[in-house]
Design a protein around this ligand. Structure first.
Ligand SMILES: Nc1nc2c(ncn2[C@@H]2O[C@H](COP(=O)(O)OP(=O)(O)OP(=O)(O)O)[C@@H](O)[C@H]2O)c(=O)[nH]1
Ligand SMILES: [Mg+2]
Length: 689
């Protein structure tokens, strides 16, 4: 949000500086829906009303991106929305194969600020919107979704079950009048096409970047990129910078000048640039089809399909085309980062492609087992392939190649676990046994949390099965919702099993599976004291985008045992500001009520005006009055100690050491953070005593 605001500010500065603006009318139109839904048919007819439709047997393999000049269409309803400055008005139509083996690739190319058309055919009874709509929302955010029904043999069908999506304000579904979706019958003289085309165009004009003025230098650089992409599919970010700089050396100077422009092109659907992904941000893909089709080639390869394994020599064979010369590394990184495939544990040259693996055979499924811990995650909307992503994330722990497209067996020295996805019942079951079953369970839950956090609005309900004697041997045990157990634990200690009438301790039920019990932690919190309140002062320039490390998040994670586990201290920083809140007031309020003020020290922090004049000023005034303590945490090298009123404070980690240059002083960066943790813990304990 903050980054967004900064980017907008820079955008206006640029236009002012360059004394004028030019217009780029380009947008990304993404066609989605199951195989044979009619996506390619819509794409060809939008571009040419008389084009012949694809034959039934022709499936789109991989992805096709076509540039549709929207103003060129004879019945164009489009010109009326635009002033005509002679620019072309292009929608980059992304049309991809809808078969479900391709599903893992979606997170790769569904992006924000695109118009989505979601099609389903009346030929099949299922529209599969329970997958598509949340998936679009997860990666496309509030992008508009237009629902289209392709009427097979003219059959119109009532979709009575879509109220749940229309009623959910997260999903930006564009409603037709009645029915609330658009019906199409292209073979019958393009029935419904005009209306759909008009809605698509209306939505494109409403996209935030469409037809907005851009600095003239961007238009020049856009043209240079168009030329370059004719020659190269993928270039380094360094080369991208050089190109922009060559086009206009005065306007492309700072890091942000290149990054803002690259982000803009990514949203237009012109390039792929994954700026938030460390391993990929050094590359700019000028031809998105090149990267996506390289991945599709792997998925579609008959040998790989057979085994689900990509052998080292398969890469050479599948990507033998000169197009892929010297780009194998980045393509493999893409497979890994998007968790489509991952290296094998003992032979890291070979990769596993879970989407092409077989389902878990019945005999491999764990039987009910007394010593087995069990836990279920239930979803209202479940993203596909969560367990595949977990397999990728925890590949080091996969037990003897026991990985399937819907399940995985994981192990550490002291325990084994089986994680199974039941997509149709929207649940994931984790079972664990062995000496440290609880520990392994906790590890799996933590990894699943990381994966789920990448999906907007997906929050599973955690179900804890009853562990009374009767339920342990039953196929249908009583189960308790985790949230309910927490709620009950505030007023009572036990729950009763409906089946056996046995009483079970809530604390033990949760402890056994490794789930936290915040109520218990609160209860146990020494002397019932309230947790200390802390404020974190930091610079946003010490974040991922500029330094490659998010110091604020790393600091907060190192405090987790003190914060979320033991409730001894709480933290506040300005990422917790709510949209619309008066930020200046709120920051001052938090500063004035904090017991501890942490200052994540760096040159960027010291030079921030607001930090100097407000945050540090209040912090040291309050400290001088004995109202709080100020703790400098030195994240990056800087001369903080020479500032008189700062230098007298004891800083962490050890004097003279910083997190950014931990080498030589600590074994690892983790050790540096552990040192910070220990010092903060000592400080908290001295308060509590
Ligand atoms: N009756 C009818 N048939 C259509 C319509 N649109 C497409 N079809 C037919 O449906 C079949 C599949 O259409 P495609 O456009 O290839 O479907 P797709 O969604 O691109 O499929 P994949 O590429 O496999 O994902 C073709 O035989 C089309 O002629 C329509 O509006 N009405
Ligand atoms: Mg197609």
């Amino acid at each position: 949000m903050k980054q967004g605001k900064e980017a907008i500010k820079r955008y206006f500065e640029r236009i002012k500086k360059e004394k004028g603006e030019e217009f780029i009318y380009e947008a990304k139109l993404t066609l989605v829906g199951d195989g044979s839904a009619g996506k390619t048919s819509l794409q060809v007819r939008l571009m040419n009303k008389n084009a012949s439709l694809p034959k039934k047997e022709t499936r789109t393999r991989g992805i096709e991106i076509k540039d549709w000049d929207m103003a060129d269409s004879p019945r164009s309803l489009f010109k009326k929305y635009l002033g005509n400055d002679g620019s072309k008005q292009i929608a980059h139509i992304w049309d991809f194969g809808g078969q479900d083996v391709y599903f893992p690739v979606h997170r790769f190319f569904l992006t924000e600020n695109s118009v989505f058309v979601l099609l389903a055919s009346t030929r099949v009874p299922q529209h599969n919107f329970e997958y598509w709509i949340p998936t679009i929302y997860q990666f496309g955010g509030k992008s508009p979704i237009i629902l289209g029904q392709t009427c097979h043999e003219g059959n119109k069908v009532s979709w009575n079950d879509i109220g749940i999506y229309l009623g959910n304000s997260n999903f930006n579904i564009i409603r037709a009048q009645d029915p609330p979706y658009y019906q199409l019958n292209l073979p019958e003289e393009n029935e419904g096409l005009d209306t759909l085309e008009q809605v698509i165009k209306e939505q494109i004009t409403k996209l935030p970047h469409f037809g907005k003025g851009v600095p003239p230098s961007w238009k020049q650089a856009r043209a240079a990129i168009a030329e370059e992409r004719k020659i190269h599919a993928c270039i380094t970010f360094v080369k991208f910078r050089e190109m922009c700089n060559e086009v206009n050396p005065e306007q492309f100077v700072r890091k942000e000048d290149f990054e803002d422009f690259a982000n803009f092109l990514h949203q237009l659907g012109v390039i792929l640039w994954y700026n938030k992904i460390e391993e990929l941000k050094q590359w700019v893909v000028l031809q998105p089809e090149w990267a996506l089709n390289a991945v599709y080639k792997i998925i579609d390869d008959p040998d790989v399909q057979e085994t689900g394994i990509i052998k080292q020599h398969d890469f050479g064979r599948i990507w033998e085309d000169r197009l892929y010369d010297d780009k194998h590394l980045i393509l493999k990184k893409m497979l890994e980062v998007f968790k489509i495939a991952f290296p094998k544990k003992h032979n890291r040259q070979d990769y596993i492609l879970p989407a092409r693996m077989k389902s878990m055979p019945v005999e491999m499924k764990w039987k009910r087992d007394e010593s087995c811990l069990r836990l279920e995650y239930k979803y209202e909307f479940m993203p596909k392939g969560l367990v595949n992503q977990l397999s990728a994330q925890m590949s080091r722990h996969i037990q003897d190649n026991s990985v399937w497209n819907n399940a995985v067996n994981l192990s550490n020295e002291k325990a084994t676990a089986q994680v199974e996805e039941d997509f149709y019942n929207r649940k994931i079951t984790i079972r664990a046994k062995g000496k440290d079953a609880r520990g392994l369970n906790m590890q799996i839950m933590a990894e699943l949390d990381v994966i789920i956090n990448e999906y907007r609005g997906v929050k599973p309900e955690i179900i804890v099965p009853c562990t009374c004697k009767k339920c342990l041997n039953s196929n249908d045990p009583t189960s308790f919702k985790y949230d309910k157990l927490i709620e009950w634990s505030e007023t009572k200690e036990t729950v009763t099993c409906n089946e056996s009438d046995e009483k079970l301790s809530i604390d033990s039920l949760l402890f056994e599976v490794g789930l936290p019990n915040p109520t218990k932690e609160k209860r146990e919190n020494r002397n019932g004291r309230k947790p200390l309140k802390s404020f974190i002062s930091y610079s946003k320039f010490d974040g991922e985008e500029t330094t490659g490390v998010n110091y604020l998040e790393e600091f907060k994670s190192c405090l987790t045992p003190l914060t979320s586990y033991n409730n001894l201290i709480s933290t506040w920083d300005d990422t917790l500001l709510i949209a619309g809140e008066n930020w200046d007031n709120k920051i001052k309020e938090e500063l004035n009520t904090a017991d501890v003020i942490f200052v994540l020290m760096s040159n960027d922090l010291l030079k921030t005006k607001y930090v100097k004049e407000t945050e540090l000023k209040i912090a040291f005034e309050r400290e001088a009055n004995g109202e709080c303590i100020v703790v400098p945490v030195i994240v990056r090298d800087c001369g903080w100690a020479d500032i008189a009123w700062l230098g007298k404070n004891n800083a962490i980690p050890r004097k003279g050491h910083t997190i950014s240059s931990w080498q030589g002083k600590f074994q690892s960066k983790d050790e540096a953070w552990t040192h910070v943790y220990t010092e903060v813990k000592k400080m908290v304990e001295s308060f509590t005593r």
